[in-house]
Write a protein that binds this ligand. Structure first.
Ligand code: GLV
Ligand code: MG
Length: 338
């Protein structure tokens, strides 16, 4: 396994940049905006006060003839604003597009000191992360940056899912991975036409009662994304990086959005994308542990003493494994309160 030093040392274009630890700052919602859309851009300073992460999107949803305006808009916004504790990320165009090289060169050169994370779409395998990693190292050295930019991969191709473990561990720059359900559905040739969320046809049906096939039967809608989210969470946990649910495209369906985000939270994700201001509060609510869960977690931790052995609390058995889960909840609450 290569050490962080190996990724920077061979460049010899300047002093090797130190590798930053993954920030524990909250990233419950990654709020997408189009930096080339003047109306949207004007709202950015206000939105920045409400979100953990602001992301200037250059990729899909930006028309081909607006790509340069979006890139220039992001440079202007980053130069004109100090977003304080709110992180500034960007999603560059995909590595097979004609825009990505200019995206990376311009953004690192012009605003590399303002950006925290570069989201790379349609990552197929570790080779994509290695390419971005080396290019960033060259550009950072040329720009005299001392803080390495972090990289976030979108998991949205069948090949990306097959290689998710190696993607998660491909570079010390890796900050996290988001599920991209829309492109992934297309890549897998799923028969859906949506941006994230469930599908009313993806069901299981309870058994019939007696001989009548229609008697007493109920259907339950299943989560289309369960397998992929769980696999992504494992890959991220194995490499110490952060997993996220991506977009939920039906902006009006705040109930299903909350359900989808909560499934992801319970499975281990730390945040999701918000595509509209209405999704900011949903993500904030879902990805912050509830006060009753935090109180319970703190009680278990207190009653477990040194964390070994077993105790009964309200009729429920607690041991080393449950106190570890409780620490995850309590530590998240502490990080969000800091
Ligand atoms: C996100 O980019 C997606 O394709 O879902
Ligand atoms: Mg996509």
């Amino acid at each position: 396994m290569r050490s962080p030093k190996d990724f920077f040392a061979p460049l010899a274009l300047g002093a090797p940049a130190p590798v930053r630890e993954i920030p524990v700052t909250p990233s419950r919602m990654i709020h997408f905006f189009d930096p080339g859309n003047e109306k949207m851009a004007a709202k950015v300073p206000d939105i920045a006060k409400k979100v953990d992460v602001l992301l200037g999107n250059l990729e899909d949803a930006v028309r081909a003839d607006r790509k340069e305006a979006a890139r220039a808009g992001l440079v202007a916004i980053a130069k004109a604003n100090d977003f304080g504790k709110t992180q500034l990320w960007t999603r560059v165009n995909s590595l097979d597009s004609p825009w990505v090289l200019d995206d990376l060169i311009t953004l690192v050169t012009e605003i590399g000191d303002k950006l925290d994370v570069i989201m790379v779409p349609k990552v197929e395998g570790a080779q994509d992360i290695h390419y971005v990693d080396r290019l960033l190292a060259q550009l950072e050295a040329r720009a005299g940056l001392t803080k390495p930019l972090l990289v976030h991969a979108i998991l949205e191709t069948a090949s990306g899912v097959a290689n998710v473990e190696e993607i998660a561990g491909a570079s010390p720059r890796m900050q996290g991975i988001s599920l991209g359900p829309a492109d992934l559905a297309a890549s897998r040739r799923m028969k859906t036409t949506r941006v994230g969320g469930g599908h009313p046809g993806y069901l299981v049906r309870t058994d019939p009662v007696g001989d009548d096939l229609n008697a007493g039967r109920t259907t339950y809608q299943q989560d289309l994304w369960h397998y992929t989210v769980a696999r992504m969470v494992d890959a991220c946990a194995m490499h110490g990086i952060l997993p996220y649910y991506g977009p939920f495209g039906d902006i009006r369906d705040v109930v299903a959005c909350e359900d989808q985000f909560r499934n992801a939270f319970l499975l281990g994700c730390v945040g999701a994308w918000s595509l509209h201001p209405v999704q900011i509060d949903i993500a904030k609510k879902v990805f912050s542990p509830s006060p009753s869960d935090v109180a319970w977690a703190r009680r278990v931790i207190a009653e477990m003493g040194d964390g070994t052995g077993a105790v009964m609390i309200d009729g429920k058995m607690q041991d080393d494994a449950s106190v570890k889960q409780c620490r995850v909840v309590a530590e998240l609450a502490d990080a969000l309160a800091a």
